[in-house]
Design a protein around this ligand. Structure first.
Ligand code: HEC
Ligand code: HEC
Ligand code: HEC
Ligand code: HEC
Ligand code: HEC
Ligand code: HEC
Ligand code: HEC
Ligand code: HEC
Ligand code: HEC
Ligand code: HEC
Length: 319
């Protein structure tokens, strides 16, 4: 009898000690991680960039992405035959001779036929590369490949810009000296943004994107050119030059067997990010400790579920 009581007491003591140790383990302060770049949320959200522009997937899937450093590399699959350096330089042709609508409308246009070309090319020595029949190279009417096309839904007009006396090469950098059209003459968001900022033209997202872009916003959309004078800012271009991603440490992470899905809460339950993550728009330091200490606490989840009449079956959250 006594023996059993002792064993019982011991077991209780072990249990109580265990629970105490567990409570201590749960309550200890998590060690801050080191983020590779001192990212400042406030500096960015204050410029009108929404949470969802950087953290894609949060409305449609379980996880929010951490933003990528740079846009996916442009793959040019076109066959380009035209040599701008030769025609603009040596032959002294004006851009407008072949792209006449750049000064008049939204689009610059590409030559619709080979008539103008044939004024010079007629009678070229057919045994030389330049004498090859142009129609054999590109068809007649010609099928030019395009590299500059903007993502769908964007607003842009050549006329607006040409009217402001901007040179073609301010946007299509290097085309006049190129022997072949490549992706280098595309106009990036960084180019648009830095000129707009410099000339005090609107840099509101909606000025150029009347509709929400499909692909996510990356850091180099803006940081391809230097911004501000924070010592960590040039690091972005250093990572990009090395072809590396920024090795962000993901801080908020529930244990693997707990099921959590952003889409259920952000889209279906229409919850604001701050209900769980706090005021991210005012954060000036990177996230280094879990903000969801409160979420570690299962009660936080269950209290709201109860309030909103959502099932609190253990298996709802525990796989
Ligand atoms: C003699 C005609 C001619 C002249 C002059 C000319 N271009 Fe072109 N341009 C073309 C042709 C043809 C193409 C398509 C060629 C190809 O893809 O190989 C082209 C392509 C381009 C492209 C790439 C479009 C795209 O989406 O792929 C840009 C930008 C461009 N030209 C700008 C200019 C500028 C700026 C000038 C003046 C500095 C100029 N061009 C002068 C004929 C001309
Ligand atoms: C003002 C005269 C002139 C016009 C207009 C002209 N070209 Fe040419 N083009 C030349 C000359 C000159 C050469 C060089 C010939 C040589 O090297 O023997 C040349 C060379 C070329 C070559 C050879 C490419 C190379 O890199 O050597 C191609 C392809 C070509 N032109 C395409 C065109 C097309 C397409 C057009 C119309 C959109 C056009 N040209 C309009 C004068 C002209
Ligand atoms: C302010 C920047 C800017 C300037 C200045 C500019 N372009 Fe463009 N250009 C663009 C953009 C952006 C596109 C892609 C447009 C699209 O996809 O709707 C483009 C596309 C083109 C194309 C492809 C065909 C087309 O109609 O879209 C040609 C050719 C071209 N530009 C030539 C020129 C010429 C020639 C000039 C000077 C007279 C010029 N551009 C000035 C930004 C510029
Ligand atoms: C080199 C300077 C420069 C660059 C580069 C530039 N812009 Fe502009 N943009 C201007 C100026 C200046 C105005 C103001 C024009 C006005 O007041 O009529 C303007 C006005 C605009 C407008 C508002 C007027 C309109 O057409 O409705 C849009 C949209 C626009 N730019 C889009 C773009 C896009 C997209 C790019 C990049 C592909 C770009 N811009 C690149 C200088 C630039
Ligand atoms: C002055 C014009 C301009 C402004 C202002 C602008 N963008 Fe862009 N944006 C562009 C151009 C041009 C591209 C396509 C070229 C590129 O990807 O660099 C682009 C690409 C993007 C893309 C990738 C889209 C795709 O389908 O590849 C996203 C996302 C984006 N912008 C979001 C934003 C957000 C968010 C803002 C406001 C903070 C903004 N942009 C402001 C011109 C602009
Ligand atoms: C829509 C444009 C835009 C995008 C996209 C953008 N930034 Fe910035 N960023 C800026 C501007 C503008 C500044 C300058 C702030 C200042 O000096 O006031 C800045 C400043 C910074 C700084 C300096 C810190 C500070 O407190 O000023 C860092 C670091 C930085 N950005 C990192 C990033 C990273 C990482 C990404 C991608 C996740 C990113 N930025 C995406 C526009 C952008
Ligand atoms: C109901 C609470 C809740 C809301 C609302 C919420 N989050 Fe989260 N968030 C979490 C939890 C829990 C995690 C850890 C997820 C895991 O481990 O699976 C997390 C993780 C993240 C992460 C890290 C990457 C990931 O998804 O695993 C990002 C980024 C993030 N949230 C952004 C957002 C943004 C942006 C919003 C608003 C659009 C938002 N969250 C709304 C609870 C929430
Ligand atoms: C310009 C892009 C950008 C914008 C806009 C942005 N974020 Fe972030 N966010 C980041 C980057 C980069 C990190 C990783 C570095 C860090 O932790 O500070 C991050 C980290 C986070 C994390 C922590 C993820 C983890 O590791 O668990 C949360 C939560 C988050 N952001 C929520 C938000 C919310 C909510 C908003 C809107 C108020 C927002 N973000 C706006 C770029 C952005
Ligand atoms: C402020 C209220 C609130 C908080 C806090 C909350 N939830 Fe929810 N949760 C909801 C609502 C409302 C729904 C029902 C959404 C719907 O309409 O499907 C839901 C649904 C769910 C679902 C079922 C949907 C699915 O993805 O299968 C799971 C699992 C879930 N929550 C887990 C969690 C976890 C884990 C936490 C804590 C980290 C949490 N929730 C915190 C309000 C909340
Ligand atoms: C609304 C979602 C939700 C429901 C319902 C839920 N839990 Fe949890 N549970 C959690 C979260 C979130 C944690 C903390 C995970 C972490 O710390 O990363 C947790 C942690 C635990 C832990 C601690 C062990 C660990 O992995 O951290 C136990 C034990 C547990 N839950 C048991 C239960 C039991 C038994 C039920 C049914 C009565 C239940 N849970 C119902 C969300 C839930």
């Amino acid at each position: 009898m006594l023996k059993r009581a002792v064993i019982g007491g011991l077991a209780l003591a072990v249990l109580a000690g265990g629970a105490g140790a567990f409570a201590w383990w749960r309550s200890r302060k998590p060690k801050p991680v080191r983020q590779p770049v001192q990212f400042n949320h406030k500096a960015h959200t204050a410029r009108g960039i929404g949470c969802r522009d950087c953290h894609r997937g949060v409305e449609t899937g379980p996880h929010a992405t951490l933003p990528a450093l740079q846009p996916e590399e442009f793959v040019d699959e076109g066959s380009h035959i035209f040599n701008h350096k030769l025609h603009v330089g040596e032959q002294e042709l004006k851009c407008g001779a072949c792209h006449p609508s750049a000064a008049k409308g939204a689009e610059a246009g590409l030559p619709a036929n080979l008539k103008k070309c044939m004024k010079c090319h007629e009678g070229f020595d057919e045994n030389k590369p330049a004498g090859r029949k142009l129609a054999d190279l590109v068809g007649d009417p010609p099928q030019w490949s395009r590299v500059t096309t903007l993502p769908a839904g964007m607003k842009f007009s050549h006329k607006t810009h040409v009217d402001k006396d901007l040179a073609c090469t301010q946007c299509h950098v290097g085309i006049d000296a190129s022997t072949r059209v490549t992706g280098a003459v595309r106009v990036t968001m960084a180019t648009c943004m830095s000129c707009h900022a410099q000339k005090q033209v609107s840099t509101e997202c909606a000025t150029c994107h009347p509709t929400t872009p499909k692909a996510p916003l990356t850091c180099l959309h803006c940081h391809a050119v230097p911004r501000g004078n924070h010592p960590d800012e040039p690091k972005l271009r250093e990572y990009a030059a090395k072809g590396q991603a920024i090795p962000w440490v993901q801080v908020n992470r529930l244990v693997g067997h707990v099921h959590f899905s952003h889409v259920a809460h952000v889209t279906f339950a229409r919850m604001d990010c701050k209900e769980c993550h706090g005021e991210m728009k005012d954060m000036t330091e990177p996230v280094t400790v879990p903000q969801i200490g409160r979420l570690d606490d299962m009660d936080f989840c269950m209290r709201c579920h109860e309030e909103k009449g959502v099932s609190n079956d253990c298996t709802r959250c525990h796989k």
